[in-house]
Design a protein around this ligand. Structure first.
Ligand SMILES: C[S@@+](CC[C@H](N)C(=O)[O-])C[C@H]1O[C@@H](n2cnc3c(N)ncnc32)[C@H](O)[C@@H]1O
Length: 276
């Protein structure tokens, strides 16, 4: 075994390789090595003289991180609502603010044992349907996505959480694949204005998960049309921080009982629930 394969030396080497490319190189080096060895921080600190195996794979990860590929895609793992989900470039990396959408739905349903049918449009990695299926054990879920790759990622997570019998995946656009009665619609649709320039790490994420149309809110409006047409009891949806005004205007003179907007932890408008 060569001395440069020791934890302390490998950490130095990764930090040096990352430094010219990304900020916080030393912290990122620790995180990559912890993921590679499947150990926690305490282990890493107290085992500096252990040997590191399979350096080739580790240095391939380091190279990808140096190119600004998101950490979650490299290690195929993401934390959402304190659970570990599988993730790859087929689906959007779940964002922490989407945890608030789960809380909003929970607030709206007084009986968590209710037998109801949820539909999610834009399932992505499956985080929303999986978390809600865990919270509502008698509910059935139909989760739609227009992307085959996203459906593959969601399938892995639905199996990981043992929810195959209650969360059904369907490939298609919006509510086109749904003919059954829907009690509750949820969605975190693409809502960014087409063509807006984004940070470089976002270029690794599926672009049809990000961009929602010329204005950005087109998919949200189409979903609202479906909710009103199909008389879906509740619809909770994430949106862009600047879309509250246009959504309120769009719903003017339409027939519904309640419309509540919610904010994210930075106090930006982030979503709404409409009830019929
Ligand atoms: C912002 S991502 C949300 C993913 C996941 N639900 C989450 O919250 O992390 C939006 C998802 O909507 C999907 N999508 C885009 N247009 C769609 C459409 N017309 N019908 C169904 N899904 C669509 C994308 O493929 C993507 O997976």
């Amino acid at each position: 075994m060569r001395s440069r394969d020791l934890v302390k030396d490998v950490l130095k080497e990764i930090t040096a390789r990352l430094k010219p490319h990304i900020p916080r190189a030393s912290r990122e080096a620790q995180l990559l090595l912890m993921a590679h060895l499947d150990v926690d921080e305490l282990w890493l600190i107290t085992n500096q003289s252990q040997h590191v195996e399979n350096l080739e794979k580790l240095y391939e990860w380091v190279e990808r991180r140096a190119q600004n590929e998101p950490f979650e895609y490299i290690i195929n793992s993401v934390s959402f609502y304190s659970e570990d989900f599988y993730i790859d470039r087929g689906a959007l990396i779940p964002r922490p603010e989407t945890e608030l959408l789960i809380d909003e739905v929970v607030k709206n349903i007084s009986n968590s044992d209710a037998k109801m049918t949820f539909v999610e449009v834009g399932v992505g990695s499956g985080i929303i349907s999986v978390m809600l299926a865990k919270k509502f054990p008698n509910a059935k879920f139909i989760a739609v996505d227009i992307s085959k790759d996203a459906i593959e990622v969601a399938k892995i997570n639905i199996e990981r959480f043992g929810l195959k019998d209650r969360v059904e995946l369907r490939l298609g656009s919006l509510l086109e694949p749904i003919s059954e009665h829907v009690d509750y619609l949820v969605s975190n649709p693409p809502y960014i204005e087409n063509g807006i320039s984004l940070e470089s790490n976002l270029s690794y994420e599926p672009q049809n998960a990000l961009f929602g149309g010329v204005v950005g809110d087109e998919i949200i409006k189409k979903l609202l049309d479906e909710v009103l047409k199909r008389k879906i009891n509740f619809f909770t949806c994430e949106m862009g921080y600047d879309q509250k005004g246009r959504i309120t205007t769009y719903l003017k003179n339409k027939n519904y009982k309640q419309l509540n907007f919610y904010k994210d932890l930075s106090d930006f408008d982030r979503g709404f629930t409409i009830g019929l």
